[in-house]
Design a binder for this molecule. Sequence first.
Ligand code: MN
Length: 292
Amino acid sequence: MNPIGIHFGYWTQSWSSDPIQFVGRAQKCGFEVLEINAPKITRMSDKERDTVKAAAENAGLTLTYSIGLQGDMDLASADAATRKRGIEFLQDVARAMKYLGGTIMAGINYSSWPRKLGPDEDKRVLTDRAVEGVREAIKTAEDCGVIFCVEVVNRFEQFIMNTAAEGISFAERVNSPNCKLLLDTFHMNIEEDSLRGCLLETGARLGHFHLGETNRRPPGRGRMPWLEIFGALKEINYQGAVVMEPFLVPGGEVGRDISVYRDLLGSADLDEEAAQSVRFVRSQLKSHYENI
Ligand SMILES: [Mn+2]
């Protein structure tokens, strides 16, 4: 069965929070994977990395690494120095991940986030630059055994890949065995004609998977058709992690970037909500394994 994970942003208002504080909480809630901030590990000393690695191992957690490149590292930028900074940063991430034994690097690692198309910009030109940048950065990922998962996100957050079909075409152009797709049900719900259809189309190119309800409540608290989604993952024999990415609390950098403008937690408890969602996802996954 797929390991179940959570994105650390669920518990914090700052992307640069120290990931170690979420290890114990994730374990207690029943997770097997914790997705942490990739930029953060590039700024750590080896000693700090050792501490994070040991804590995750002791908690039985696999770490995955999330990226939303900032504007000054945009691989699609017209400015060569900006693109170079982005490539060097992604190389640093791959090396830090190798040190930590990590394999899944995922998110907006091909341009910047959030990002709209400017008035004088042409999507095709920017996509060409992004492909070229990823082709360069991914060489280090290949050397480090890191799978470079490009996330397909909805139109309000980025423009380069809004559908799995666009993601597949991007990955084909990058043409590396280490280039895979990250699909996310929150974005798929907005853009895809068919949830099952786009997963079947992606097939073996799916490298990572995010779970989110339509309003980013924890899975099981909304109206996403989970049985259809998990059934399609089973059909394509997806063995990777399923990482939930709920965001309930407004405020701070995270609330602002995710556009959380109201309190979705109410009187509930963050850890109890997460623990309940793990049980829900596990039972949904399990029902597919029992029916074969
Ligand atoms: Mn996501």
